[in-house]
Ligand binder design. Structure first.
Ligand code: UTP
Length: 512
């Protein structure tokens, strides 16, 4: 039997004969590349995958309410409710681990960013900051700065390896972008890109969707595809060789993400945790963030749709939501925990149904761009390993300091380029005000500081601080105290040197 005949048979057995519907119309070259794609598919598992996806999409969520409990206080740490001394202790522990080379960061950047609607990786997006920096650049500069902070605490030189999980969609453009930008000043050898697996998208009646006459509509297998990708690409071996014991995993789209946050790392390490999650207080009961909690004594994330509204709306004595630990895809893992997951639990990870608009070729060969969801993508989630943790901890942080994701295109009410940009600028305004600077508008009137950093009306002040100058607001007093600065103003390395060289408390007004 030829390879083509075997593929035909396997597709027939899986109820997917339509995949080769346009075979007679394909050129030699198209046939070759289609066969190559089909060769990489798990054809034996295709029937289960397709039927399972259709079943899961039709199934209703089961209520988890009877067994649900909030995270127990002994597993909980807080950036807002801990005293300065405790926070400093965690921070120093984190910086020590970083300077010992035991900390790596891992970026989840394999998503397709369909809601944002751009045809390049989300990390390359410029949200319109005065500096024009992209998400990738902001993140690279934060790594740079936190390395510097660790170096200056310990008096030695360290590096934080940056693992970047990409997919078929994002690998090549991400590689090119980093190269073109000279790796944003980081050592190329410390940036390790690898690719996650792809799986077919399926219609609601369990048929594989074709993206082209000779191409299946594939999608990355969710950010929980990380655990398979770690194995496929020998990432855990790389971590071991470099001496990396702790990994901070995060999403590409959170403009406020604190990479390798020393406080979070220090907290998790001092608790002896093997797995940890940063959370923010849920804004309102129906907010579409998962909640970190326990179900039947096991730590996990539950979605709003998985519990009854009455449960989501439960409030404690102080009026706070009982289930308020909003998951922000910001996690700590030890290498040995990841090894354990890779060896023992990877195959047990849940599959989630994501209903999406998937462009496809219809049975007449027409390209269709659906306006309504038409396909199922089965995804694994990065947090689905929490139940396997032996010592799981949760760390609460302030949303305005640490979480503002870019999910949607402008025009949406939440999580858009505008909201992301405003969150960052508002944070920098707060830092400047705290450091004692006065910001002036174009008429040289003082912009009144508000506690949120957002102006009462209109957009926040165009005042931006380079992550190369400050990672979490540190070191600004000496640069900004008593200054009057006219916006727009970018505090970058050159400006910082200039300000440092000038007398403080001067009346001078500078602007971009
Ligand atoms: P989202 O679930 O927000 O998905 O990803 P997305 O792909 O960015 O956007 P939409 O849903 O298509 O609009 C959360 C994080 O997980 C990563 C994303 O890159 C983002 O950092 N991710 C998602 C992966 O790394 N792989 C995936 O298969 C899916």
């Amino acid at each position: 039997m030829s390879f083509l005949e075997r593929v035909q048979q396997a597709l027939e057995d899986a109820g997917q004969r339509h995949v080769l519907h346009f075979w007679p119309e394909l050129s030699e070259q198209e046939r070759d590349s289609f066969l190559q794609e089909l060769n990489q598919l798990d054809l034996k598992g295709l029937k289960n995958h397709c039927e399972g996806a259709a079943r899961a999409a039709a199934a209703r969520d089961t209520g988890l309410d009877l067994n649900i409990e909030p995270v127990p206080p002994e597993s909980l740490g807080s950036a807002t409710r801990s005293c300065r001394e405790t926070l400093t202790g965690w921070e120093q522990e984190g910086l020590l681990q970083i300077s010992d080379g035991r900390v790596g960061v891992l970026l989840l950047a394999g998503g397709q960013g369909t809601r944002l609607g751009v045809h390049y990786p989300k990390g390359m997006y410029d949200v319109g900051l005065p500096s024009g920096k992209t998400l990738y650049q902001i993140q690279a500069e934060r790594i740079h700065r936190v390395q510097e902070l660790a170096d200056s605490q310990q008096g030695s030189k360290c590096s934080i390896p940056w693992y970047i999980m990409t997919s078929e969609f994002t690998l090549a453009p991400t590689e090119m972008f980093f190269k073109e930008n000279d790796y944003f000043g980081l050592e190329q050898s410390n940036i390790i890109m690898f690719e996650q697996r792809m799986i077919p998208t399926v219609t609601f009646d369990g048929k594989v969707l074709l993206q082209d006459k000779g191409k299946i509509a594939m999608a990355p297998d969710g950010n929980g595809g990380l655990y398979q990708a770690l194995v496929d690409n020998k990432v855990l071996e790389d971590m071991k060789e470099r001496g990396v014991e702790y990994l901070h995993v995060y999403c590409v789209d959170n403009i406020l993400v604190k990479m390798a946050d020393p406080v979070f790392i220090g907290f998790c390490v001092s608790k002896g945790a093997d797995c940890g999650a940063k959370v923010v207080e849920k804004a309102y009961p129906t907010e579409s963030v998962g909640v970190v909690c326990r179900v039947g004594g096991v730590s996990q994330v539950v979605e709003y749709s998985e519990i009854q509204p009455e449960t989501a709306e439960l409030r404690g004595p102080g009026g706070e939501l009982v289930y308020n630990a909003g998951n922000i895809c910001n996690h700590f893992f030890t290498r040995s925990f990841l090894q354990d997951v890779a060896e023992n639990f990877n195959s047990q990870l849940k599959q989630h149904v994501a209903i999406k608009k998937v462009p496809f070729v219809d049975s007449c060969g027409n390209q269709v761009k659906p306006t309504e969801p038409n396909g199922i993508k089965m995804e694994k989630f990065v947090f689905d390993v929490f139940p396997f943790s032996k010592n799981f901890v949760v760390f609460e942080v302030l949303r305005e300091d640490e979480f503002s994701p870019l999910k949607n295109a402008d025009g949406a009410a939440t999580d858009s380029p505008t909201t992301a940009r405003n969150s960052l600028l508002a944070q920098h305004f707060r830092w400047a005000s705290l450091a004692g600077a006065a910001l002036l508008d174009e008429h040289e009137n003082m912009i009144p500081p508000t506690s949120s950093g957002l102006a009462a009306v209109g957009p926040p002040a165009q005042f931006e601080i380079s992550p190369l100058v400050s990672y979490f607001g540190e070191g600004l007093d000496q640069l900004l105290k008593g200054r009057k600065l006219k916006v727009p103003f970018i505090l970058d390395g050159a400006r910082a040197t200039q300000l440092q060289a000038q007398e403080h408390f001067s009346d001078e007004v500078s602007a971009v």
